[in-house]
Design a protein around this ligand. Structure first.
Ligand code: UD2
Ligand code: MN
Length: 259
């Protein structure tokens, strides 16, 4: 028999789970912003990422299935009022249609991690804040309950807080609303230690259409009355397109306008 015909797929030789502590991690990373690399170059540096932005380790079974969800607008198109939390609800709903994820990473487009020991993995019992130390806050928390930037939450935890509020249009407040939801639903926030949760933000000014949300203090004082009705169970939007590129999947939606 010609056995070479039956050469096993490299995937098939996997016999073990990947180590909990990956040997290829290095810890602190030096991030310098010069000219942004082209998508082609990023593609060449990540040869095992497959169409649509999927990756799994080649020689071992990954322990977790993680989806990274990035709300963005204007960076390509769109000019209505921005709504970060609603876009994240949509990202989560669409991601959960695709796979049975263990963990959802909700990630600002402009934050780059500076330490690869900050694993993109969820905590079993608590939503986790990963961006604990950002350069723009002098590598500290701006205040103790801060929950912006990058977070890791399981689908169960996400549904337990009824997702994020749909009603925060423009800049600010939605992250504090989420922190309140976590507390009101009986959980607490866990956090990457400041020495590891370091991120560099691409310096930018406020986008047009993302003006400060002046209603946020009023909204926040009502969260305990509204969170059960405003969230994943009241999410309305229309899907415009879904495009798989070599490095990521882009979903374009119409989220409507502020009332
Ligand atoms: C802070 C928080 C962010 C969020 C926001 C208040 C940090 C690093 N992050 O962000 O998590 O709580 O305050 O809403 O402190 N975006 C677009 N297009 C736009 C506007 C926003 O794509 O026109 C997205 C993008 O992913 C961006 C994110 O929304 O990173 C947050 O907006 P920002 O970066 O302009 O605001 P920032 O840095 O104050
Ligand atoms: Mn930002």
């Amino acid at each position: 028999t010609n056995l070479s015909f039956f050469t096993p797929d490299p995937e098939a030789v996997k016999t073990q789970y990947c180590p909990v502590k990956s040997p290829i991690l290095v810890g602190p990373l030096t991030i310098v912003y010069s000219k942004p690399p082209s998508l082609k170059k990023i593609q060449m540096k990540n040869p095992y990422v497959t169409h649509g932005g999927y990756f799994s380790p080649r020689h071992c079974f990954g322990r977790y299935r993680t989806a990274v969800i990035i709300p963005h607008r204007n960076r390509e198109a769109g000019n209505g009022t921005f709504n970060r939390a609603k876009l994240l609800n949509i990202g989560v709903r669409e991601a959960l249609r695709l796979d049975n994820w263990d963990c959802l990473i909700l990630h600002d487009v402009d934050l780059v991690p500076e330490n690869d020991y900050n694993l993109y993995v969820c905590d079993e019992y608590s939503p986790k804040h990963l961006a604990s130390a950002m350069d723009k806050f002098h590598y500290n928390l701006p205040y103790w309950t801060y929950f912006g930037g990058v977070s890791a939450i399981t689908p169960d935890q996400y549904m337990r807080i009824n997702g994020f509020p749909n009603s925060y249009w423009g800049w600010g407040g939605e992250d504090d609303d989420i922190a309140i939801r976590v507390r009101l639903s009986g959980m607490s926030i866990s956090r990457t230690p400041l020495s590891v949760g370091r991120y560099k933000m691409v310096m930018h000014s406020r986008d047009i259409g993302n003006e400060e949300n002046l209603k946020r203090h009023n909204l926040l004082s009502n969260t305990r009355r509204t969170w059960r009705e405003d969230g994943m169970n009241s999410l309305v939007f229309s899907m415009l397109s879904r495009e798989e590129t070599p490095l990521y999947t882009n979903i374009t939606v119409d989220i409507g306008n502020p009332p």
